[in-house]
Design a protein around this ligand. Structure first.
Ligand SMILES: O=C[C@H](O)COP(=O)(O)O
Length: 233
């Protein structure tokens, strides 16, 4: 059972929107340091900034490839992933080729994932974009990610409206199996949902900077302590 105190250890705080500014990147780093998040995840061009901002802190630095639509050439995804690793990324979140998957081209979709996972030593989290899939497709995509050799399956970029639910996490975990970890992301906005998702098998959460601030505000309130955010403005 995950506790409120340890929940931040499971959070990847992100700044990956198209209009992300340096100030947003700096802000998520401050929050990640104050609350002991698992990692910061930024657009590739900001990876070095997150590393510079968090020197000396026990924080992973992640970035994204094939993001946010997943339709890039496999070679492009592989190149980007390798560059990110060379720059110091410790985790990479990649988007599955959603269109290929929905077209029934499972062989291509799987090869695309395997190629990226084999190109780098760091863990790859494969985003299946659950907002665009029905339940059967979510299960099938999670199985595919597992069979492609990825260590993580992640629900969503958060860019398609439909939030990740506890039920989606449950389906993903069941389909992906014991050896693949589940990351829940996209539209997650409250602590109770996160605790339920952890019970359903989520081992990591992706939260945009703003949603994360709100979650931590609520966390401080529930833990009966002052809002740490007040001290890092
Ligand atoms: O990691 C995924 C997204 O950055 C989640 O963004 P969101 O919390 O704003 O939905």
């Amino acid at each position: 059972m995950v506790s409120l105190e340890t929940l931040p250890d499971m959070i990847d705080i992100t700044a990956v929107a198209a209009d992300t500014r340096l100030s947003d990147v700096d802000r998520i780093c401050d929050i990640a340091k104050a609350y002991h998040c698992a990692s910061t995840i930024t657009l590739p061009c900001y990876l070095a900034r997150t590393m510079k901002n968090t020197i000396g802190y026990e924080l992973l630095h992640g970035s994204v490839t094939g993001f946010p639509y997943g339709g890039e050439l496999t070679s492009t995804k592989v190149y980007e992933a390798k560059q990110l690793e060379l720059l110091g990324a410790q985790e990479i979140d990649m988007v599955m080729n959603i269109g290929a998957f929905l077209s029934g081209n499972l062989k291509y979709t799987k090869q695309d994932i395997t190629a990226v996972c084999e190109a780098v030593k760091v863990p790859v989290k494969v985003i299946i974009e659950t907002a665009l899939l029905d339940e059967a497709q979510i299960a099938k995509a999670s199985e595919l990610v597992a069979s492609a050799g990825a260590p993580w399956v992640k629900s969503s970029t958060g860019f398609h409206g439909k939030p990740t639910t506890v039920e989606i996490v449950r389906i993903m975990k069941e389909a992906a199996g014991e050896n693949v970890k589940v990351k829940a992301a996209g539209g997650i906005r409250d602590l109770d949902t996160m605790l339920e998702m952890a019970d359903a098998g989520a081992e990591r959460f992706g939260l945009g900077g703003r949603s994360c601030e709100n979650i931590f505000l609520e966390l401080d309130r529930r833990l009966g302590r002052e809002n740490l955010m007040e001290y890092i403005k």
